[in-house]
Design a protein around this ligand. Structure first.
Ligand code: ADP
Ligand code: MG
Length: 289
């Protein structure tokens, strides 16, 4: 069993009327099964309302399944006894860094979580040093979070989650409120956590260009997993992605169009550099012939 495994997970939000009768039921997650291995970098894509956040909240027991089961580190999230352990195993990073930063000095904010659960002081400082370094924010350790850019704040929030030493980190649209620079900083940080620290990463986003480095993607639609595969596999199904209302990166769409016209490009081109390289090679081969 992987570090996160869901089997036939269903979740409905219920709105109660005054007589405590269920008035309205909206099924936000419909029969989702997935398996994520330790050390994987998995991205979950989907347009607004497709059920991504509802699924994410099951990954550290903020929501419990209406039907079906989800296991985190082998623990069923419905078991009360292991609830804290589930939350320790999977850390969550949300959209808005302002809601996640508590202290008035960066280093205190990062140390807040471990302090709260009684980690010894020396160990707290060791973790604060290590986590700030990992997200590239050591130079700002004595700063006030108010003075940081959105991307920097989000990196501090990530360091705060890391300081709890979770085995996996679930990030729910961590770049949604950031400018392009901030987005790049955060995505790079997340990649490093995965590659260098071996932390399992679940990155939820609706920006396709953020998922090209993931090992595997799930695409959600209407509460279900509509597609699953490597970025190369998924990105080569441009027409399907468009029916799921996802924005395909321009360069990928261009390459797709060229392929349809008979240019022998590889099935999926994810960035301009790759496209140029392949086109130059095709041109070179044609000149030789
Ligand atoms: P996403 O994160 O992909 O935008 P969500 O998981 O937030 O999707 O929402 C999935 C569906 O559940 C949507 O139809 C949304 O309107 C509904 N939903 C989300 N949160 C609530 C809530 N607290 N109460 C009722 N319905 C909700
Ligand atoms: Mg959401």
């Amino acid at each position: 069993m992987g570090i996160i495994k869901a089997k036939n997970l269903i979740y409905h939000y219920i709105k109660w009327d005054e007589e405590e009768k269920a008035e309205e039921i909206s099924e936000a997650v419909r029969d989702v099964s997935l398996d994520i291995e330790t050390g994987e970098f998995v991205a979950v894509l989907g347009h607004n309302g497709s059920g991504k956040s509802t699924l994410a909240k099951h990954m550290n027991a903020l929501l419990l399944p209406s039907e079906g089961t989800i296991w985190i580190g082998g623990m069923d999230t419905k078991e009360d006894e292991t609830l804290l352990e589930v939350r320790r195993t999977a850390g969550m990073v949300f959209q808005n860094p302002d809601n996640q930063i508590i202290a008035s000095v960066v280093e205190e904010d990062v140390g807040f979580g471990p302090e709260n659960v009684g980690v010894p002081t020396d160990e707290i400082w060791r973790r604060v040093d290590e986590c700030l370094k990992a997200v590239g924010m050591t130079a700002y350790r004595h700063s006030s979070p108010d003075r940081l850019s959105g991307g920097q704040k989000q990196r501090v929030a990530i360091a705060g989650v890391m300081a709890m030493e979770p085995e996996c980190i679930v990030l729910d649209e961590p770049t949604a409120m950031l400018d392009p620079n901030g987005r790049r900083e955060v995505i790079r940080t997340v990649r490093d956590l995965n590659k260098e620290k071996g932390i399992t990463v679940i990155l939820i986003t609706h920006y396709m260009e953020e998922v090209i480095h993931a090992d595997r993607l799930y695409v959600m639609d209407g509460g279900q997993i509509a597609m699953e595969g490597t970025p190369e596999e998924i990105f080569s199904r441009v027409d399907e992605l468009k029916t799921l209302r996802l924005d395909v990166p321009q360069v990928t769409e261009l390459a797709y169009g060229l392929r349809k016209k008979g240019v022998p490009l590889s099935p999926c081109i994810l960035d301009t550099e790759a496209l140029v390289k392949e086109l130059v090679e095709i041109k070179r081969q044609r000149t030789v012939q």
